[in-house]
Design a protein around this ligand. Structure first.
Ligand SMILES: N[C@@H](CCC(=O)N[C@@H](CS)C(=O)NCC(=O)O)C(=O)O
Length: 297
């Protein structure tokens, strides 16, 4: 399958010049794959705005196959009540994976629409679909729910009858704390070990801050596993807290940090989920690669 891997393009300094460049090139039938560098915005893996150094790559029919039609405007009622989840590239979008996996593992019927991150099409479509201009965002029954954790809570209330969290209140409090810590924390882990579905461990190493995040994740996992008793997942059976940590399993698989036996077993259990295997396979099959994440060696 052809692959669209961005190279080290010449720098384009500002968002304004980038927008001009993109619209010009887009009207000539090109799409882009961005090589981003620069400051992390604190968001998981994928950066907020292109920074410097990007190059445009011709769009092929292969990539067109993956492009989804224009999205309905925010607030416009869809004919179907089937929930519609907007996601980013499966290869990289760790935030998107979380609610997608929850829906999938609990067997909720849903439609998905993939918006290619860092394309002009993404900017247009996400502006219509999501008030935060980020994915994931869920449309259901005239409602728009954005942000991964809010979507998981909505899924839990609407389709899971509360099964997304442990029934026992002490364990539920722990699970919620861990899920929220994942949602708001671990910046060095997210920045230096971005999710990349096809990555294999190599000589690439991270700094002490990222290692401290890795250690903290493992301590958290051990605490929950000990509190929960039997079962493969953090609170026994799969739930929201596991969906929140699912991208970490892909990170650990791809970068190969040393893991204790409890963490190893948990990562293996997450990676063995049918939903995880499907997401990873579909991510690997995508025709887009972002050089920023592919060049971590
Ligand atoms: N806190 C949000 C973060 C969502 C987020 O940052 N999503 C990224 C993709 S993984 C995004 O949409 N970025 C927009 C962009 O790159 O332009 C959540 O939990 O859903």
């Amino acid at each position: 399958m052809p692959r669209f891997l961005a190279g080290q393009g010449s720098g384009v300094g500002s968002a304004a010049s980038l927008a001009t460049l993109l619209s010009l090139e887009d009207s000539r039938g090109w799409t882009l794959v961005i090589d981003e560098r620069g400051q992390d915005t604190g968001h998981e893996g994928i950066q907020d705005k292109p920074q410097v150094g990007h190059r445009l790559t011709p769009m092929s029919s292969v990539l067109r196959q993956y492009m989804h039609p224009a999205t309905p405007a925010t607030g416009r009622k869809r004919m179907s009540d089937t929930p519609l989840l907007y996601i980013g590239n499966k290869h990289y979008s760790s935030w998107s994976l979380r609610p997608w996996l929850l829906l999938r593992e609990f067997g909720v019927d849903f439609d998905e629409r993939l918006l290619w991150l860092h394309t002009p099409e993404f900017a247009d479509a996400v502006a219509r679909a999501s008030p935060s201009r980020r994915v994931p965002v869920l449309h259901h029954a005239g409602r728009v729910i954005w942000d991964s954790l809010a979507i998981c809570e909505y899924v839990n209330e609407t389709w899971l009858g509360g099964r997304g969290w442990p029934a026992e209140s002490d364990l539920r409090a722990l699970a919620r704390s861990a899920a929220c810590e994942m949602h708001s924390g671990f910046p060095a882990l997210r920045q230096q070990l971005p999710m990349n579905c096809s990555r294999q461990p190599d000589a690439y190493r991270w700094d002490a801050a990222a290692q401290a995040d890795i250690d903290r994740v493992q301590a958290l996992w051990a605490q929950l596993r000990q509190a929960a008793g039997p079962g493969d997942f953090l609170c026994g059976g799969f739930g929201i807290v596991d969906a929140m940590f699912a991208p970490v399993a892909i990170r650990f698989r791809g970068y190969g940090p040393e893991l204790n036996p409890v963490s190893r077993a948990y990562v293996d259990a997450l990676l063995a989920l049918p939903g995880m295997q499907a997401w990873i396979a579909e991510g690997i099959a995508e025709p887009v690669r972002l050089a920023k994440y592919e060049s971590l060696k």
